[in-house]
Write a protein that binds this ligand. Structure first.
Ligand SMILES: Cc1cc2nc3c(=O)[nH]c(=O)nc-3n(C[C@H](O)[C@H](O)[C@H](O)COP(=O)(O)OP(=O)(O)OC[C@H]3O[C@@H](n4cnc5c(N)ncnc54)[C@H](O)[C@@H]3O)c2cc1C
Length: 166
C-alpha cells in the first residue's frame, strides 16, 4: 500500500518532437501513477513476434527486426531486453532461452530490433544467424530489466556510446 509520504509522480511529460509510446498511455490512463504502473519495467508480457527483416552488420553481428503478432506496439525503455525462446532442436523439443537487448529506439515501437553477435562455439547465436528469416515466429517475454534512464527526467537529452555484445 502506498504511503502518504511517497511523493506524487510528476505529470505526464512529452519529449519535445518525439512521440513516445507511453505518452498516449499517460494521457489516457486514470493518472500518471496508473500509467506508470501499466508500463512499469517489471510488467513484462509474453508474446509471439515475427521477424520482418534481417540486416547483416560488421563484426559477426546481425540485426533482426520483429513485430508483435498481436499487432501491439512494444512499449519499452532504452536499456531493456527480451528473453526469447529458440526452437533450435525442432518445434517439438524444449526451446532454448536467451536474453537480447532491444537495439532499436523506443520512439518506434511498432517494430523492434535485437542485434545478435555470432559466437561460433555457441548454441543459439549461430542457429539464429542461420535460421531466422522474415516470417520466422518466436516466443518472447519482455521487456525486462531495470537498467534504464529514470522516468522522471524524460525531457532530458542524452548521448550514450557503448561497444560490445554477448
Ligand atoms: C541481459 C542480457 C542481454 C544480452 N544482450 C545481448 C545482445 O544484445 N546481443 C548479443 O549478441 N548477446 C546478448 N546477450 C548474450 C546472449 O544472451 C547469449 O548469451 C549469447 O548470444 C551467446 O549465446 P549462445 O547460445 O550462442 O552461446 P552459448 O551456448 O551460451 O555459449 C556461450 C559461450 O560459452 C561457451 N561454453 C558453453 N558451455 C561451456 C562450458 N560448459 N564450459 C566452457 N565454455 C562453455 C561456448 O563455447 C560459447 O563460446 C545478452 C545477455 C544478457 C544476460
Amino acid at each position: 500500500m502506498r504511503s502518504s509520504a511517497v511523493p506524487a509522480l510528476p505529470l505526464a511529460q512529452r519529449v519535445r518532437g518525439l512521440e513516445m509510446p507511453w505518452n498516449r498511455v499517460l494521457s489516457s490512463a486514470s493518472g500518471p501513477a496508473g500509467a506508470a504502473t501499466a508500463l512499469g519495467p517489471w510488467h513484462p508480457q509474453e508474446f509471439a513476434a515475427e521477424c520482418v527483416e534481417t540486416i547483416p552488420e560488421a563484426g559477426g553481428m546481425m540485426v533482426f527486426v520483429f513485430r508483435r503478432m498481436d499487432g501491439a506496439p512494444l512499449a519499452f525503455r532504452s536499456g531493456q531486453y527480451i528473453n526469447i525462446d529458440f526452437p533450435i532442436d525442432g518445434p517439438n523439443a524444449e526451446p532454448v532461452s536467451r536474453s537480447y537487448s532491444i537495439s532499436s529506439a523506443p520512439t518506434e515501437p511498432w517494430t523492434f530490433s535485437i542485434t545478435i553477435k555470432r559466437d561460433p562455439k555457441g548454441k543459439v547465436s549461430p542457429w539464429a544467424h542461420d535460421n531466422i528469416r522474415p516470417g520466422t515466429v518466436l516466443d518472447m517475454l519482455g521487456p525486462v530489466g531495470a537498467f534504464h534512464l529514470a522516468d522522471y527526467d524524460r525531457r532530458a537529452r542524452f548521448l550514450l556510446l557503448a561497444a560490445g555484445a554477448g
